[in-house]
Design a protein around this ligand. Structure first.
Ligand SMILES: Nc1nc2c(ncn2[C@@H]2O[C@H](COP(=O)(O)OP(=O)(O)O)[C@@H](O)[C@H]2O)c(=O)[nH]1
Ligand SMILES: [Mg+2]
Length: 383
């Protein structure tokens, strides 16, 4: 096994802004190579494709291979968003983007993840599932949606249908449950991990499961959900301190979400004020340049369910309708979606989804790695 050095200089934000960044990769890409730690084999790679930021999302830049087998690409006027390899015209992502979602209990983790999926997959406050870790792997559109876990050392896999929750009520299933599902609006090859909500006063075990998972998994990417209605409660403060003590805390990428902004009474407190509070709260606890995204996961979830015809109860239907009616957003276009007894303008529903703040987070998720030295420095080439 021969080892090849392989480099990409760090793509720090300021370097991208100064438009001087050069991505340089060395190594014989024609042979199969292994990227640590994901051990993804790439064969016959001829091109590397860069796709750009949202604005010019469609434009694609190819990195061509030089004669000596090196790929060199200069980022001139670009804000590189993400990239993948092209081998035999098939896209291969160099890594799977793994992101853990953490928060204190009932901040809306499951709701948020369901909003990203566009359907009700994660159980909300289901006794049987507390203390479980759900790993949700994104699948391609033509693959089956499944759920898998270990039961008495045996791996069980089921279709992710209406009935799947009943399997989870069994005793003796593993702590980690793997779900394979589509995502509503994420193109990257990602795995989202839903961890048990932390609540020290009631259940220290959850904190330990989550903390140990983050530690042992060497988690690098985190989504930390703050509850706007309970900013700065003790459990949250303690959990922030925990995060700061993770061995890998210096290289953590964290997206902070401020959820439940729909509950804020704007006459008492503006969104700007709440955001300022959240910022100074994080600052006080040692998180210096936190990016905070205000969202309403619940509204996003319901609106997306409405668009996908996944609304289940009459209560949900009437919530969507009254939200729709109370918004002054214009109705444009004549494409309609049936929601309960009504036909609602599709374009308006889509705009309302934008206003929930979740699509911004989806962009941030897909960008989470860009400021990092994404590739590991060593490649092993098998003979
Ligand atoms: N008003 C409002 N409620 C929310 C929002 N997100 C979640 N919730 C509610 O908060 C409760 C806890 O949500 P859940 O997703 O189970 O929280 P988890 O314990 O962090 O997974 C549920 O009743 C949700 O409906 C939100 O954006 N706005
Ligand atoms: Mg939950």
């Amino acid at each position: 096994m021969q080892k090849y050095e392989y480099k990409i200089n760090k793509l720090y934000k300021n370097e991208i802004k100064s438009k001087k960044t050069i991505i340089e990769m060395r190594g014989d890409m024609e042979k199969s190579i292994v990227f640590n730690p994901k051990k993804l084999f790439l064969r016959g790679v001829e091109k590397v494709e860069l796709s750009l930021t949202e604005k010019d999302r469609k434009s694609i830049h190819l990195m061509k291979k030089e004669e000596n087998g090196t790929f060199i690409f200069k980022l001139k006027d670009l804000n590189c968003m993400n990239y993948h390899f092209l081998a035999n015209e098939k896209k291969i992502y160099p890594h799977k983007l793994e992101i853990c979602v953490v928060s204190t209990m009932s901040s809306g983790k499951s709701t948020f993840i369901n909003a990203l999926l566009g359907k009700e997959i994660l159980p909300s406050e289901n006794e049987a599932c507390t203390g479980k870790i759900f790993k949700i792997n994104k699948i391609l559109s033509n693959q089956e949606e499944t759920i898998a876990f270990k039961e008495k050392e045996e791996i069980k896999r089921y279709y992710l249908n209406e009935e799947y929750l009943k399997y989870l009520n069994k005793d003796e299933i593993s702590t980690v449950i793997e779900i394979a599902s589509k995502f509503y609006n994420i193109e990257e090859n990602i795995t989202l991990i839903d961890t048990p909500g932390v609540n020290n006063s009631r259940n220290l075990e959850h904190r330990n499961i989550t903390y140990n998972f983050l530690k042992n998994n060497r988690t690098k990417n985190l989504i930390y959900i703050l509850n706007a209605t309970q900013l700065g409660v003790n459990d949250d403060r303690n959990f922030l301190l925990d995060i700061k003590e993770l061995p890998a805390h210096e290289s953590l990428n964290i997206i902070f979400i401020l959820n439940k902004i729909d509950e804020i009474d704007s006459e008492k407190e503006s969104l700007e004020e709440i955001l300022e509070n959240a910022k100074s709260y994080l600052l006080k606890n040692g998180f210096l340049e936190a990016q905070i995204y205000p969202i309403t996961a619940y509204n996003c979830k319901l609106l997306r369910y409405a668009l996908n015809n996944n609304l289940k109860t009459r209560g949900e239907i009437s919530k969507v309708i009254s939200y729709y009616d109370s918004s002054e957003t214009e109705e444009i276009g004549d494409e309609m979606i049936k929601v309960g007894p009504r036909y609602l303008c599709k374009n308006k529903l889509e705009k309302l989804i934008k206003q929930t703040g979740v699509p911004e987070v989806e962009l941030a998720i897909q960008n989470i790695n860009i400021f990092e030295p994404t590739f590991v420095t060593k490649i092993e080439r098998s003979k």
